[in-house]
Design a binder for this molecule. Structure first.
Ligand code: NAP
Length: 276
């Protein structure tokens, strides 16, 4: 078993994820795994970084596929005996002009952004080594979508006592409410992406609390963040930040020094803790 520290970035064959891998290859003292659901796209991205003189490693990972997540988990357990840095970056968003029915957009978006990310956490968080760092890439849109929720929902999503099961029930209810055409009547904002990212931010707050309760003394820090508005296939060419600039806050959180005890359980944007 290798004693080398290991970092994994989900959805890193392009966009912000690729920029995070590039930065970690330069700054993280260990093995950095570029992962992709499509091995061809992943290997092409690895080759691109190799051209730059960097040495990322590759592992397949489709966060929609529990078998794929578990294969990565078993690989990490066997080769490294755990994991030091996990960046949950993989995500999807329908384009504004997409005509796919809203209920389908809700189901598909929540499946990857919330349920997929949660499944990765369920399988990989138990592997986190002491002083591990976990970064869940959410979005400022989670804050604006929270503001668009009913008072009752806002209270639940801001609660310091909400459980993972309750959060899963709420995310499931959103998808069901869109199918019945009653989501706005039920207090939800009209954004599937926004609700999925509320899920990611609240999940992070819950997970950080559980780490405090169950693994106190292991110094693991877990946060949600917004990368900013970044020029990628998702956000388009008019966005204000380059992928490298978008990677700055996730990389900052992934490389918090071993002496740090904060931020933890926070929503971070531009390397600054934001109120939730
Ligand atoms: P992007 O260029 O579209 O890249 C998304 C990455 O996620 C791709 O590598 C994609 O792989 C991967 N992915 C999607 N579904 C996956 C799955 N089921 N399993 C594994 N990988 C999957 O988007 P981006 O702008 O870099 O976004 C990265 C993260 O930042 C996302 O979570 C996004 O919500 C968040 N974010 C972005 C912005 C922005 O302005 N760009 C702002 C706020 C937050 P494929 O190539 O196979 O599709």
């Amino acid at each position: 078993m290798s004693n080398v520290p290991v970092a994994v970035v989900t959805g890193s064959n392009k966009g912000i994820g690729l920029a995070i891998v590039r930065a970690l290859c330069k700054q993280f003292p260990g093995d950095v795994y570029l992962t992709s659901r499509d091995p061809g796209r992943g290997q092409a991205a690895v080759a691109q970084l190799q051209q730059e003189g960097l040495r990322p490693l590759f592992h397949q990972l489709d966060i929609d596929d529990l078998q794929s997540i578990r294969a990565l988990r078993d690989f990490l357990k066997e080769k490294y005996g755990g994991l030091n840095v996990l960046v949950n970056n993989a995500g999807i968003a329908f384009k504004v002009q997409d005509t796919t029915p809203f209920a389908i957009q809700a189901e598909v978006t929540l499946k990857t952004n919330f349920f997929g990310t949660r499944n990765v956490c369920t399988e990989l968080l138990p592997l986190m080594k002491p002083y591990g760092r976990v970064v869940n890439v959410s979005s400022m849109v989670s804050s604006s979508a929270l503001g668009g929720c009913s008072q009752e929902l806002q209270q639940k999503f801001r609660s310091d006592a909400i459980t993972e099961e309750e959060l899963v029930q709420l995310m499931t209810k959103f998808v069901e409410d869109t199918k019945k055409g009653i989501h706005q009547k039920e207090g939800w904002p009209n954004t599937a992406y926004g609700v999925s990212k509320i899920g990611v931010t609240v999940l992070s707050r819950i997970q950080a609390r559980l780490l405090n309760e169950q693994r106190k003394g292991e110094h693991i820090l877990l946060n949600a963040c917004c990368p900013g508005w970044v020029r990628t296939d998702m956000a388009g060419p008019k966005a204000t930040k380059s992928p490298e600039e978008g990677a700055e806050t996730p990389v900052y959180l992934a490389l918090l020094p071993s002496t740090a005890d904060a931020p933890h359980g926070q929503f971070v944007s531009n390397k600054t803790v934001k109120p939730w």
